[in-house]
Ligand binder design. Sequence first.
Ligand SMILES: *Cc1c(COP(=O)(O)O)cnc(C)c1O
Length: 245
Amino acid sequence: MSDLTQQHCDRIVANWKTVVGEVADAATAAGRSASDVKIIGVTKYVDAATTAALVAAGCHDLGENRPQVLWDKVKSELIDASVRWHVIGHLQRNKVRRTLRHAPLIHSVDSGRLLKSIATESVAINQSTDVMLEVNISGDDSKTGMDASELSLLLQDLPSSGIRVIGLMAMAGWGTEPDQARQQFAQVRALRDQLAEQVGNPLSELSMGMSGDFAAAIAEGSTMVRIGSRLFEGVMDYSSRATNQ
Ligand SMILES: *Cc1c(COP(=O)(O)O)cnc(C)c1O
């Protein structure tokens, strides 16, 4: 998208307000406080100017699934430097060092090797990196993430410094209906409760819920929802979405 019109900016502001309202309603319905659920604006579909419009609308947590795009957007003068970046896609180990410079929260740690590499590189730059471990809850082979036994082993043998594991991240399986998604989110929470008890780490954050299923995720205890397409409705054509992921 090359030219961002005022109309597009207005639409992003309206979308942001709608999503903030729906997240608050879902929290209230679940007997929770709206401030317990953080909205991560997923900007992988849009360019730096459109990303900046979302920040101007009030979204200060941005998620990208490609490290290269995150690096480029950090460099962009359009985007406020106070933004907190979130890595939500697979992170190759050779991209860890460069990504850590931007002090992101990494949601998508999908292997012990990646976790070790984040720990080592964090120690080298005197940093402690908050991470979440990605659960493959749908059992879908095409999905990334770890199963319950891998998670349990990993949590019992964590690197001793450089990282802090603050919770779990999960995605419902492709094509899952919202009520089935809710069951999957409930499983993630149950797994979290079990692991928390087993390893003595509260794992208090649950990163789950996207545009189509965030209400279900919030009902099951999500503390971070990762929302992309709902925020950019009416701003860009999603016909190419599949190829953007
Ligand atoms: C794209 C993406 C999202 C956002 O999905 P929407 O359905 O557009 O809200 C959330 N999480 C991850 C890991 C993604 O890749």
